[in-house]
Structures are given as structure tokens and as C-alpha cells.
Write a protein that binds this ligand. Structure first.
Ligand code: ZN
Length: 358
């Protein structure tokens, strides 16, 4: 007799034929567990539930009628207890199976190769990076090499070798972030001029760029960390005309043909003579606006002929060699180019801002 048949057979007859309450319920339990391990889908689970817990035709309902209700009086407590136990065990097992099947379904969904994949947001080049790459490509075409250098610099390379007088305001601790005695976070990229000149025989043409640090309170146009780029060239017979021609070429390539330049005398410790380069205001095309204060020009960079003292610091003979240098804030140029009005936007990592530059 199969278990299914036994479940519909009155208990007294089964006991007379050699079964016991324990053996009958153990057989039920074993059979259920065997079938439960074969469940691998929601359909399997429904079939298992119907077969065991169906209200009319389920095996547990059958056992309830044939075994419990028909049990001899003296066996009723024992049968009732076992009936109750197996019903609860099966309900719990079915609930667990329900969870397993749901999890399996989710796993299969995740592996469904016919579904469209999750959206992957493309990254964007940071506006400062874009600006840098564009400028580097212009100078590479002119035969310039690109170099970087240490961000922690010695006092010598950052100031002394660049002809800063000891009482220059930039040397003051208010502007400079010292790491330890005579070691500091570089305040400009110019120390690389000395480092390169020391190791490279002229002629040399270099672009150096990187992060620089000043003890400035952050506001819309100041950040304690910003990025500089400078170009320099050392050779025999270099004149101010070479500087002017190089910068004019750069400005036209970067901002467009219609942009005019003008040099204004200025002062920097490391160049002599020194100048600032203004260009036609890119916001109003020279007509005059709020940004250029109605002058039609905006200041772009500082430049000049490399001071003989600087060449000497690097071991070069200023009687034989001359050079020019020009430097500017990359951030400021990027802000001009992309019409960004707050420098902190460049560095606070807000992806909503950066996404615009895709
Ligand atoms: Zn303007």
C-alpha cells in the first residue's frame, strides 16, 4: 500500500496491519521532505502545497480525517499531537520554500541576458582637464615638452633660486603653507624652471603644470589649492619678440583669430622685464562689459624675460643664454572659457555640475 493510500485508510486498520502512529507520521514527514527538496520553481511549489495542504484532497487533510478523526479514543491525544506537529512543520517548510523560490527568481532575473542592461553613466572630462589638454596640444605643436614636479618644495627652489627678495610678501608665512622648516607646499609651478634648467642643456622649451597652494581664504575666485601652467624657453638670442609671437600664436589658437593681445609692464621677481598679457574680452568681444569693466580687455597671464639671476641660479650663463617665461592659472582660464562664476565648483566634486561638460 502506498503512502497516499494509507493516508486515506482508517487508522485502526493500519495499526492492525502492523503500522504504528509514530511510523505513519514519520513516513509522512520523510515523504514531504523528499518532495520539498525537488522544488525549484513557483509551479513546483504550488503543486507541493496542493498535494500536501490542499483543503479537500491534501494528504494532511486526508490524514486528519482518516487517522485523527477516526482514531480510537485512547490514541486520540497521541495522534492529535503528531497531526498538529506535522501540519505546523509543513506550513513552516512551505513558507521557507516560498522565500527560496522568490530569491531564485530574482537571481534568474538578474541573469536574464535578454533584459536591457542597467544604465551606465558616462564620465566627463573635468573642465580644467579639458583646458589643460587643449593648451598642451597647442604648445606640443610648437615643439614644447611637458613636465611636472614635486608639490612639496624646498624654500630654495620655490623662492631663493627664483630671485625672490627675502622681504617679498609671498615669502611671508601668511601666504605660504610650510610643511616643516624650509619645506613648503609650492606656491607656484616656477620651481620646475630651475629643476629643468639644472638638468637640461639649452635649447629647451617646456610646459610645466600642476597644483599649487596658498594660504588664501576660499571665496568665488580664490581657493587654497589651484592649478598653474607655465611655459618657458631658453636658448641663445631669445628676445621679447619671441615671447610676444609665441603668446599671440597661443591666444589665437585657444580663443580664436579675432582676439587681440597687449602687453602691460609689470613686475615679477623672476623675470626682467616683466609684463602682463591682456586679451580682447572674450565675453563682449572687446565692446566693453561688466566683466572687463568696460575696458574691452581682460588680463590673461604674467610673463617676461627670465631674470639673469634665475639663469645663474640654475647654472646657466646669462651672457650666452636668454629665456622667456609665461604663467597663468588654469582654473581662471577654464572659468573664462566655460563661463563658470565660482572656483569652488571646480573642486567640490558635485557630479551635477561636472555632468554638464560631457
Ligand atoms: Zn568685456
Amino acid at each position: 500500500m502506498t503512502l497516499d493510500e494509507k493516508a486515506h485508510q482508517p487508522l485502526a486498520e493500519l495499526i492492525a496491519a502492523g503500522d504504528s502512529v509514530d511510523s505513519l507520521y514519520s513516513a509522512l514527514k520523510d515523504a514531504f521532505e523528499g518532495e520539498r527538496t525537488a522544488v525549484s520553481s513557483a509551479d513546483d511549489l504550488k503543486a507541493l502545497r496542493d498535494r500536501w495542504m490542499g483543503r479537500k484532497n491534501g494528504l494532511i487533510a486526508a490524514a486528519n480525517d482518516a487517522w485523527l478523526k477516526a482514531a480510537p479514543r485512547e490514541l486520540k491525544p497521541q495522534v492529535g499531537k503528531r497531526q498538529n506537529e506535522i501540519r505546523q512543520a509543513i506550513e513552516a517548510a512551505l513558507e521557507q520554500a516560498q522565500n527560496d523560490v522568490a530569491a531564485l527568481g530574482r537571481k534568474r532575473e538578474a541573469l536574464d541576458v535578454t533584459l536591457p542592461g542597467p544604465e551606465r553613466r558616462l564620465g566627463a572630462k573635468h573642465p580644467v582637464r579639458r583646458t589643460l589638454e587643449e593648451i598642451l596640444s597647442i604648445f606640443r605643436e610648437l615643439g614644447y615638452s611637458v613636465a611636472e614636479g614635486p608639490e612639496i618644495e624646498s624654500f630654495f627652489y620655490n623662492f631663493e633660486a627664483l630671485n625672490f627678495p627675502a622681504d617679498h610678501p609671498a615669502v611671508d608665512e601668511m601666504d605660504t603653507l610650510f610643511v616643516e622648516d624650509k619645506m613648503l607646499l609650492r606656491t607656484h609651478t616656477s620651481p620646475n624652471q630651475i629643476r629643468i634648467m639644472e638638468k637640461t642643456p639649452p635649447p629647451m622649451r617646456y610646459v610645466v603644470h600642476g597644483k599649487v597652494y596658498r594660504n588664501d581664504a576660499p571665496d568665488a575666485t580664490h581657493s587654497p589649492m589651484f592649478q598653474q601652467l607655465e611655459v618657458f624657453c631658453v636658448d641663445e638670442n631669445i628676445t621679447l619678440a619671441d615671447l610676444k609671437g609665441t603668446l599671440e600664436h597661443f591666444v589665437r589658437r585657444f580663443f580664436g583669430r579675432g582676439i587681440k593681445t597687449r602687453l602691460r609692464p609689470s613686475f615679477f621677481p623672476f623675470t626682467e622685464p616683466s609684463a602682463e598679457l591682456d586679451i580682447t574680452c572674450v565675453f563682449c568681444a572687446g565692446r566693453g562689459c561688466r566683466i572687463c569693466k568696460q575696458t574691452g580687455f581682460i588680463e590673461l597671464l604674467g610673463c617676461g624675460m627670465i631674470d639673469p639671476n634665475v639663469l645663474r641660479s640654475a647654472g646657466l650663463d646669462p651672457e650666452k643664454y636668454q629665456g622667456f617665461a609665461a604663467g597663468f592659472g588654469l582654473d581662471r582660464i577654464a572659468m573664462n572659457k566655460y563661463d563658470i562664476n565660482d572656483i569652488s565648483l571646480l573642486y567640490n566634486g558635485d557630479t551635477r555640475f561636472l555632468r554638464q561638460f560631457r
